[in-house]
Design a protein. Structure first.
Length: 435
């Protein structure tokens, strides 16, 4: 026996003499005494498992924390990674229906792209036809799409057209279909969602940046008016119809504002109706990088000061009955999957919505299919410099967009070891309590 090379160890903050172990390859968590942790090290150095240790060693082996001495874990990781890239059981697609938006956020990943473009009906129909055919030819059992903008609810007729046609095409092919809408929440209407739910819409994601004061500073209407109260009213009206996911953007100084938002959700009796609250750091964008405006946000999660507050945000949300999912994994990058595509308003195809509208990242078009750049994009996820890192299975070299913002090359590494080191102890503690 030997310890897994993918074990991450942290002393338990509340139990003297105990060690928390998180295995990044299998996602398993365990709390063991320091004596057993020392024995795991001795097994790795060549000591044999004693008879009285056999049962415990077998338990640790069953969750991947110790492995047979001859085990090649790097080969096992390669096998899992290749399965992730080539898996076509679910075909994922993102539709960017418009570049237009009715907000003037102080940050925007799509800033600098064409905000005047809308997907016309002919392009919509061609995109649906191409996607349904591609999923069918791939042998996919399900098709999951994300619909976004700009603000997709500025063009509700196109949104309904995509849902109606894909619902029909997938039904004819025996493919399960589901859709998620990403929206700023200002234009949500219950009547529309009731109709779209019958066409496969099952999740709505809305972004909030804190309480009214903070959110309205970050995400106002184009005329400068606040959006917070409009959004709160709208999500209250639709929370029982679909899975409502709230994405909360954390900056360096809005943590207390986010906690006040949680209190407001509880007062409005929305805490138990939120399927999930997610936390994201505000990061630099291509626009900030190329314009040399500079930013204090950071280019990767590791560089963001906001991530240090993630564990507290999870705890505060859960105190108020708001569901959160604690997961250290932030990779491998979804853009590396073969059965994944972003379709822009003009029909051009990309591997990541953050690259949409930028010709150098285009990998094809719905009229002609994928081109050679698609294959190139799939072959960038193998990084030799990452292979000695125990975080490799949950990072995979990081986000391709972050790599470009940081290095000027999406094919480079966007190391997130700093993120894992900053939040790992508290995250693993929360996960251990859930086991």
């Amino acid at each position: 026996m030997k310890s897994s090379i993918f074990n991450y160890y942290e002393g338990h903050p509340d139990r003297s003499g105990s060690v928390m172990i998180y295995n990044t390859l299998h996602g398993s968590v365990a709390v063991v005494g320091r004596e057993l942790r020392d024995r795991m090290y001795e097994w790795t150095c060549g000591d044999e498992v004693r008879p009285e240790e056999r049962e415990m060693a077998d338990q640790l082996c069953s969750i991947g924390m110790v492995v047979p001495r001859e085990a090649d874990e790097l080969a096992l990781y390669d096998e899992q990674y290749n399965a992730f890239v080539s898996d076509k059981s679910t075909y994922d697609a993102t539709f960017i229906l418009t570049g237009a938006c009715n907000l003037a956020c102080i940050y925007c990943v799509q800033e600098g792209s064409d905000i005047s473009s809308h997907m016309d009906e002919d392009t919509c129909c061609r995109a649906v036809e191409w996607l349904a055919k591609s999923a069918d030819e791939a042998g996919s059992r399900s098709l999951e799409i994300i619909i976004m903008g700009g603000e997709a609810l500025l063009v509700p007729h196109l949104l309904e057209l995509v849902l109606t046609r894909l619902h029909k095409e997938t039904s004819l092919r025996g493919i399960a279909f589901g859709a998620t809408l990403i929206t700023n929440g200002t234009l949500l209407q219950r009547e529309q969602l009731e109709a779209w739910r019958e066409l496969g819409l099952h999740e709505v994601r809305v972004t909030l940046d804190g309480d009214a004061r903070c959110h309205d500073e970050h995400r106002p209407f184009l005329d400068g008016e606040g959006t917070f109260e409009t959004i709160m009213s709208n999500i209250s009206a639709i929370a029982d119809l679909v899975n409502l996911v709230l994405t909360v953007n954390l900056a360096n100084d809005n943590q207390e504002s986010v906690i006040r938002l949680m209190d407001r959700l509880r007062v409005d009796r929305l805490s138990g109706k939120i399927a999930q609250m997610r936390f994201k750091p505000i990061l630099d964008t291509i626009y900030l990088r190329s314009s040399r405006k500079g930013s204090c946000y950071g280019r990767t999660c590791s560089e963001s000061k906001a991530i240090e507050h993630f564990p507290r945000m999870h705890r505060e949300a859960r105190k108020r009955g708001i569901n959160t999912v604690v997961d250290l994994a932030i990779g491998p990058c979804h853009a590396l999957r073969e059965a994944s595509v972003v379709i822009n308003a003009d029909g051009a195809m990309y591997k990541c919505e953050a690259f949409a509208g930028r010709d150098e990242f285009c990998v094809g078009h719905i009229q002609t299919g994928f081109d050679g750049r698609h294959l190139e994009a799939l072959n960038v996820g193998f990084f030799w410099e990452c292979r000695q890192c125990n975080f490799m299975p949950i990072c995979g070299g990081g986000c391709r967009y972050a790599a470009f913002v940081k290095r000027g090359d999406y094919r480079g590494v966007a190391c997130e070891k700093g993120f894992f080191n900053k939040v790992g102890r508290e995250y693993v503690k929360i996960m251990a309590l859930e086991e």
